[in-house]
Design a protein around this ligand. Sequence first.
Ligand code: IPD
Ligand code: CA
Ligand code: CA
Length: 300
Amino acid sequence: MAIFLGMQALYYIEPDLQIEIREAICYFGIMLKIDILEPSLKIALQAVQEAGDMIGSNFQNLQDSDIQAKGKNDFVTRVDREAEAIIKRIILNEFPHHQVLGEEGGYTQRKSKTLWVIDPLDGTTNFIQGIPHFAISMALMINGKVVLGLIYDPLSEERFHAIKGQGAFLNNRRIAVSRKKTLRSALGATGFPFKAPQFSEAYASTFRNLLLRCQDMRRCGSAALDLAYTACGRYDFFWEAHLLPWDFMAGKLIIDEAGGRSSDFQGKELKVQTSSVLVANQSLYSKILKILASHFKQVS
Ligand code: IPD
Ligand code: CA
Ligand code: CA
């Protein structure tokens, strides 16, 4: 009882300090039954709900003036920016001491060990074209490690989430990666390097190699949903050569917690600076990594 009340008190302590206390307690052999990251998840859910409602109500309702080019083949809309503003407001209102890295706004000024990495609208091209396949992605990192991941599809209302050490869930039901053992029977997903032409040759030869060995491949236009779908077994693996942390950080944890493997194309752990991403179930991961590493020798 005393331990339970003590743990309840942890809710009111900053998450990064909570983690340190939790680790210290676990070190002394006491397993915690309550989740100290629950308050962060609650706020993240509130943020994706509000931003998701706004995104949904603007879908197929964009004006030309709402769309701007950020670079070659790279677009942003008024809705991406508004969604990021909503999410940031909700997080910083509750956790003013946290730092946020958003795709559209970059880092907030305050430095913190606790960092939210946000893609307010993953699948902007689909959104602009009226294709109903996009999502919000939010990851919470503490001292460089992702501890909470949330991917929300506002149209289907599918919500994928994971907290480190506690499994992965789709609308609160436990999910797991597929059990396929052979590449021959595997359905892969990928993203084209349309913003990084330097990878086009290596990408094309890898694609050919993999396609000839697996069942088929999908390219649906939202890396966050590709990761979430792999975590629940709809795809057996996913690979993309040129991503940014807001595209994959939430998905990385959801995959890991769903029993899958994740790394860059050299087999190294996914970090904020990583660009290439491979995720797969345990049986397929090493087979695919070998192929990717042989085509992309220098890519991390
Ligand atoms: C993009 C999507 C796409 C992937 C691109 C990403 P955005 O994110 O995830 O599937 O192929 O590499 O940049 O720009 O729509 O947030
Ligand atoms: Ca993205
Ligand atoms: Ca985006």
